[in-house]
Design a protein around this ligand. Structure first.
Ligand code: DAH
Length: 343
């Protein structure tokens, strides 16, 4: 008795399921079909669950047939789903505005890092002023990073630049500034010349909103006969005008860097400074600069009796932060797309 009822049950289920599949005309209907006929609660699942209660002799046959039906329904569902998708595509293609020659949708593009953007701008500005763009090694020798820049061994000024050393002997380091390329430039180029050196620099610093272990500078070096501080100031003002698209006040304070004499800290005041409060508080440190020390000229193989020069080192990170009002230097190296895609 059980056998007949289950046998006819199977036939009923097959007929009803096939009719439902035939009638399904879209994704919603297909999902409903899947729930009803292939789900855990459906009549077919019920039938399968009842098999253990059948007479032992009938179990294999009914079980086999029920499983077979389950497979067929799953295959039927797949086939119906592709048929519907294909029909939809055919219809879209026959629409009046279908144009097979249109380009495929573009994959999403990345954007340039804000430091890269500023670096390229700065390169363009100096390039238009006759400067060449030089590069130098990030893993540098003590000789170039300190010694030839007039920081003798054990000089206290070395302590101002917490250094990542690469060896135990103190010969190899991660450059703490782009200034070592001043020496490399003088050794390679015959004066007169003008050059900038954008690049990454590294310091063994405790990281906070204003300090990073990895940051970016642009070194500048001009060597010629008769170069004086006026050239330096004029150059900086011209460059700042380009970068910030307006006339920028600058102020020089005495600053100590062993490789320049005199040396300056250059402060700038942005045009909207007044709107942010007191006058003096609005000066912000912008770069270090000065007249190239004769010892440095000599270390680069340049005759200090004949040539003089100015040099400066600006922080690219600082420039980006001032221009876009970014308050935390750590954003630059964090790789967070929410930050990066804003530029
Ligand atoms: N190298 C210096 C630093 O990282 C910055 C600097 C100061 C560069 C004065 C110069 C300069 O060329 O003349 O702190």
């Amino acid at each position: 008795m059980a056998e007949t009822s289950n046998g006819s049950n199977l036939a009923e289920i097959t007929a009803a399921a096939m009719a439902a599949l035939e009638a399904a005309d879209g994704e919603a209907a297909l999902q409903a079909f899947e729930r009803t006929w292939l789900g855990k609660q459906g009549p077919l699942a019920e039938l399968l669950a009842s098999i253990p209660r059948l007479p032992a002799a009938d179990r294999p046959r009914v079980g086999k047939a029920a499983n077979q039906l389950k497979r067929e329904l799953a295959e039927g569902l797949d086939a119906r789903r592709s048929a519907i998708a294909e029909a939809a595509l055919r219809q879209a293609r026959s629409a009046d505005d279908y144009d097979a020659s249109l380009p495929a949708p573009r994959s999403p593009r990345g954007s340039l890092h804000p430091i890269t953007r500023i670096r390229r701008e700065v390169e363009d500005i100096f390039g238009s002023m006759g400067y060449r763009v030089l590069d130098g090694p990030e893993v540098e020798l003590d000789h170039y990073n300190f010694e030839a820049l007039n920081f003798p061994a054990n000089h206290p000024a070395r302590d101002l630049q917490d250094t990542f050393w690469c060896d135990n002997e103190g010969h190899v380091l991660l450059r703490t500034h782009t200034s070592p390329v001043q020496i490399r430039a003088m050794q390679r180029l015959k004066p007169p010349f003008r050059a900038i050196v954008p690049g990454r620099v590294f310091r063994n610093e405790a990281v906070d909103a204003k300090h990073e272990h990895t940051f970016h500078q642009v070194e500048g070096l001009v060597i010629d006969e008769g170069i004086h501080v006026g050239h330096l100031i004029g150059t900086l003002k011209g460059v700042l005008r380009e970068i910030f698209a307006s006339e920028i006040d600058i102020r020089l304070r005495p600053g100590y860097f062993p490789f320049v004499e005199p040396g300056f800290e250059v402060d700038i005041r942005l045009p909207d400074a007044g709107s942010r409060g007191g006058v003096l508080a609005d000066w912000v440190e912008f770069c270090g600069a000065g007249m190239v020390h004769p010892n440095v000229l000599r270390a680069g193989g340049v005759d200090p009796e004949r040539y003089s020069g100015f040099a400066f080192g600006m922080g690219l990170d600082r420039m980006v932060m001032l221009r876009y009002g970014i308050d935390d230097i750590r954003h630059f190296m964090a790789g967070d797309l929410r930050f990066l895609t804003q530029f």
